[in-house]
Design a protein around this ligand. Structure first.
Ligand SMILES: *[C@@H]1O[C@H](CO)[C@@H](O)[C@H](O)[C@H]1NC(C)=O
Length: 461
């Protein structure tokens, strides 16, 4: 009897990979409403594109300073504790003082306004975006690319990368034109007034934004939520999206989970030996996930409750957001009293990003995206299990929150042109290593253009 059971078990284990890889059919492509209305009132089209500038008004700055000044003394950290219990309050105190006394609001406002920004209404929401159109010398082609940030980031993450990305080079026959929007409910983009604006619906919004700007075909790039949203754009609109570049590749599917587990028996089954420590031992990966994903559970269930105090307290918002810039850049930063925040970032850079949330009072609406994604309705779409033929390129930082080997990436993106597992860099790659990030994006677009030249369906971009 036992022998029979063991035989049966072996048969199942042997058959499961075959089923998962070759027999299981993908879920259907969901039907999307290209005109869903997320704003107040009756649908009413307004196609105007209006120039926009970020303003730190006197009253907003005065109110912020008053709040920072009147902050109550923080609870001191435990003896010998750095960031292990959360943001170190001694460090927070010095950062809050910097925000109050040293952060030059006028200078930073000018800095943030250095690139042209606009707003246009898409499906009822005023969407904010940066658009950088470089001058193109004769013989070079202007090629549009959409860049999308995530949480708790903003368009600010791309500022240092923009000059690299838009540079004219002898090595390339194209120059990138960049469209960098704020996600709906983030920073200067308006939030939905009703439930349901999930990463699929946001993909529709940004596809419509590109159409509004006259781009029928374009390249896309994203990290964090931006990665998921641009992935959905590639899945939904493969005729429009010419190439997909991401610095966060994450696939929540039974097949990927199965092989990740299988690899824990013997990692070389699933991953190159020299990259195995990015996936294994799985116990380490899971305990890190448990220790660091509490915020996700809160935001997926009660974003409005936690949002109340974050909206009210600049030091609270600072701790909540900057803790992520510490830990997601390097895990080891948890044991540093200063959180390693200035290892690759400056105070001004990180406070600029906070200002995107503070001045627009968008922290609650930004966190709601977790609730709109981690629910039965969105999960039932199984977007990660629907393959897309859009050529894809991944760059995976050594300190990113996860790693996937190319052959598993290909289950969703069969036309993976390249995976670039770099030996540096964390979650906020564009901000941390702007040059490395930009070069990789440009190499990807170069390769995508080559790919299109040799494919049957030609494109002139
Ligand atoms: C802040 O920046 C503005 C504009 O760059 C400059 O004129 C001003 O002197 C700065 N203020 C301080 C206190 O440094």
């Amino acid at each position: 009897m036992i022998k029979l059971l063991i035989l049966l078990l072996i048969a199942v284990v042997a058959f499961l990979p075959i089923y998962l890889l070759y027999l299981k059919s993908p879920p259907p492509l969901p039907e999307v409403d290209l005109n869903a209305w997320w704003g107040h009132g009756e649908p009413k089209e307004d196609t105007a594109i209006k120039p926009y500038k970020i303003k730190f008004t006197e009253s907003v700055v005065k109110d912020l300073k008053d709040r920072l000044k009147s902050r109550r003394p923080f609870t001191p950290p435990l003896e010998g504790v750095a960031f292990e219990y959360g943001f170190n309050t001694n460090t927070l105190d010095s950062w809050a003082t910097y925000w109050l006394e040293k952060y030059n609001f006028t200078e930073r406002e000018n800095f943030l306004n250095q690139y042209p920004q606009y707003k246009t209404n898409i499906q009822g929401l005023n969407i904010h975006f940066i658009r950088v159109t470089p001058k193109v010398p004769a013989g070079k082609q202007l090629v549009p690319m959409l860049l999308l940030h995530g949480w708790p980031g903003s368009v600010r993450e791309f500022y240092e990368a923009i000059p690299h990305l838009t540079a004219v080079s002898e090595d390339r026959d194209f120059v990138l034109e960049l469209i960098i929007p704020s996600l709906p409910g983030y920073g200067h983009s308006e939030a939905s007034v009703r439930p349901g604006l999930n990463p699929l619906s946001i993909a529709v919004i940004f596809r419509n934004l590109m159409q509004r700007l006259g781009f029928q075909k374009y390249y896309i790039q994203g990290g964090d939520w931006g990665s998921l949203i641009t992935s959905n754009m590639a899945t939904l609109f493969p005729k429009e999206v010419l190439g997909y570049h991401t610095n966060l590749i994450f696939l929540l599917t039974p097949t990927v989970t199965f092989f990740e587990l299988l690899g824990s028996i013997y990692p070389p089954l699933v991953v190159d030996r020299q990259l195995a420590d990015r996936m294994y031992p799985q116990s380490e990966v899971y305990s890190f996930m448990l220790e660091e994903s509490g915020y996700m559970h809160i935001q997926a269930t009660k974003p409005d409750t936690v949002g109340i105090s974050l909206l009210d307290s600049p030091s609270g918002l600072m701790a909540y957001i900057l803790e992520k810039f510490s830990t997601w850049t390097r895990k080891e930063h948890r044991s540093k009293v200063d959180g390693g925040l200035e290892f690759r970032f400056t105070k001004d850079q990180l406070i600029d990003n906070l200002m995107m949330y503070w001045t627009t009072r968008s922290i609650t609406t930004s966190m709601r995206l977790y609730s709109e994604c981690f629910n039965k309705k969105y999960m039932a779409l199984k977007m990660d299990e629907i393959p897309t033929k859009v050529p894809t390129w991944t760059i995976q930082g050594k300190n990113e929150l996860g790693y996937l080997p190319p052959w598993l990436i290909k289950l969703k993106y069969p036309n993976l042109v390249k995976d670039n597992p770099i030996d540096d860099g964390g979650h906020f790659l564009a901000l941390e290593l702007p040059q490395v990030f930009s070069e990789d994006v440009l190499n990807a677009v170069q390769a995508f253009r080559q790919w299109h030249k040799s494919s049957s369906i030609k494109t002139d971009l």
